[in-house]
Design a protein around this ligand. Structure first.
Ligand SMILES: Cc1cc2nc3c(=O)[nH]c(=O)nc-3n(C[C@H](O)[C@H](O)[C@H](O)COP(=O)(O)O)c2cc1C
Length: 336
């Protein structure tokens, strides 16, 4: 099965998303609820376009040899430096709530293909325990990414996660700007550094802050004790006018100076895009919107097809740029 076949099949089952040949935010526009960006609806495309403007430099004089895309992140051995983006509720894609089934399928594929699945704590109380059960069942590398509920709620979730095999725990600070949920009375709110420190102190796992878009916030997250940050503007869903993640990545990499792992998301769609992000200083990338397309198309098998396609693209891009392993990737490989 090819990913194009998976995509065609997804069109029969998925709502609000057109399963476009290129997932660049133009098809979904400002569809929220749905997978789009906050009105006027160009945020996802801003992210995608920025990666397209970055070039890759070929190196045809490198020694020949096989390419290895394997790495270790937060103690998990991965076949490629990839995390799937959390989706708190699949009701954005279908009338029936298939959030638990979706998380189960992506987690199954994570175990098979060697990436980290990130799942949300969603808007129903079953989402977090459901994800934890699937994670243990498939013995997958997974990270729950918790919404910015009041700290007493998050602390209870962290207590459960401490007892699980999760490789890390994350808090998505920028969900405070999600009008689709806050408008329905969900108590998401912004965090002070002291509140974030309290959450960090409660976690026995590596602690990740998602939704960092400035060098200042990156430094603050590190000062709070974050082991990792996710450079993300929530796929354009929280702040119209936010810059592209590719644009802010270099200044954030410089500010963090190796003190925390850096993951970047937003519009990365190919193995070449992954190589660009790593050459610009990210340790790994997160990809979100193509995952539901893959799952609605062919379940866990569709996700496997998608991730294997990404891995092969990364192999070919690394080969042409002279990198045979991830540690060979260097800033000279990109033409910004
Ligand atoms: C429908 C939808 C729901 C999302 N739900 C969550 C969520 O619950 N928690 C979270 O941290 N991010 C959520 N995100 C953001 C993604 O995880 C990711 O940060 C973003 O989509 C950027 O990646 P992309 O351009 O590859 O989609 C959601 C994104 C979409 C499209």
């Amino acid at each position: 099965m090819t990913f194009d076949e998976v995509r065609e099949s997804a069109k029969k089952n998925i709502s609000n998303c057109k399963a476009c040949p290129v997932c660049n935010g133009l098809g979904c526009g400002n569809t929220i609820p749905g997978p789009g960006s906050k009105a006027p609806g160009n945020g996802a495309n801003v992210n995608w376009s920025a990666w397209q403007k970055i070039g890759l430099n070929m190196d045809v004089f490198a020694p020949d040899g096989a390419v290895d895309t394997g790495c270790e992140l937060f103690g998990a051995k991965l076949k490629l430096p990839l995390l799937s983006g959390p989706i708190g509720s699949l009701t954005q894609y279908s009338k029936t709530d298939v959030t638990l089934e979706y998380n189960d399928g992506v987690i199954e594929a994570a175990a098979k293909c060697g990436f980290i699945d990130c799942f949300g704590d969603g808007v129903t109380p079953q989402t977090l325990p459901g994800g934890l059960i699937s994670m243990e069942h498939y013995q997958a590398a997974a990270v729950p990414i918790l919404n910015p509920f009041p700290n007493d709620v998050i602390l209870k979730h962290i207590e459960k996660i401490n007892k699980s095999s999760a490789v890390a725990v994350g808090v998505v600070a920028d969900s405070a700007g999600l009008s689709v949920w806050t408008g329905k009375g969900l108590k998401f709110g912004s965090k002070t550094p002291d509140e974030m420190k309290e959450l960090r102190a409660a976690s026995e796992k590596p602690f990740i802050v998602k939704g960092i878009m400035t060098a200042k916030n990156a430094e603050q997250a590190v000062a709070c004790g974050a082991d990792g940050i996710i450079v993300s503007n929530h796929g354009g869903r929280v702040l119209p006018g936010a810059p592209a993640t590719a644009e802010v990545l270099p200044e954030i990499v410089a500010a963090v100076g190796g003190a925390a792992k850096i993951i970047v998301d937003g519009g990365l769609r190919s193995g070449s895009d992954i190589l660009k992000a790593l050459a610009m200083g990210a340790d790994a990338v997160m990809i979100c919107r193509p995952f539901p397309v893959a799952w609605f198309g062919a379940g866990a098998e569709g996700v496997t097809v998608y991730v294997e396609k990404l891995r092969m693209e990364l192999v070919e891009a690394m080969y042409m740029c002279g990198a045979r392993k991830l540690t060979d990737i260097s800033p000279e490989m990109v033409r910004v």
